[in-house]
Design a protein around this ligand. Sequence first.
Ligand code: CUA
Length: 228
Amino acid sequence: MSTWANLGLQDSASPLMEQLIFFHDHALLILVMITVLVGYLMFMLFFNSYVNRFLLHGQLIEMIWTILPAIILLFIALPSLRLLYLLDEINEPSVTLKSIGHQWYWSYEYSDFNNIEFDSYMIPTNELATDGFRLLDVDNRVVLPMNSQIRILVTAADVIHSWTVPALGVKVDGTPGRLNQTNFFINRPGLFYGQCSEICGANHSFMPIVIESVPVNYFIKWISSNNS
Ligand code: CUA
């Protein structure tokens, strides 16, 4: 969870989010280099007194400052494309979670396990435990096994919602009448928080997501205790 003055991205809990952070840092580094170079050139223009009354064109320099930015853009475009295809890959999921957006809560279905289904509401501030996170904790968490490929199917029942968990690098729109798919792999245990990120009405801010990542045997215990 991000806290005060936390300007960067959250620590990743999945390999895909790790790659997204690497790409973000890479792009930011190029951005800083361009900003410094252009800033320096613009600043220095105010202080030089070079005048050339007969300068009308320069074929060579124009070739250079046209092609060079295109090459720099390639250094962003190619890693970006690599990430795009990496995010799209589905690797034989061992668990499928179905998540349905409602105004204003999420409901979940574990279709692999005798159709366990439940709603997940935000805990209102006046009912919050002293160690709870305001506007972020829910009554029923999504329990998922770590170190397993998980497929998530996202849809919505009323308006468009978006199932977004930053630490996992997942952000999928839930659209009525459509079923969107993505997958992720949680590589450590813990609680991972997310929120709806599609403006979906008055209580858009109040439909958080909590993932409880546990070892596989705990997950099986949880699943079987819900089945009986
Ligand atoms: Cu659901 Cu915003």
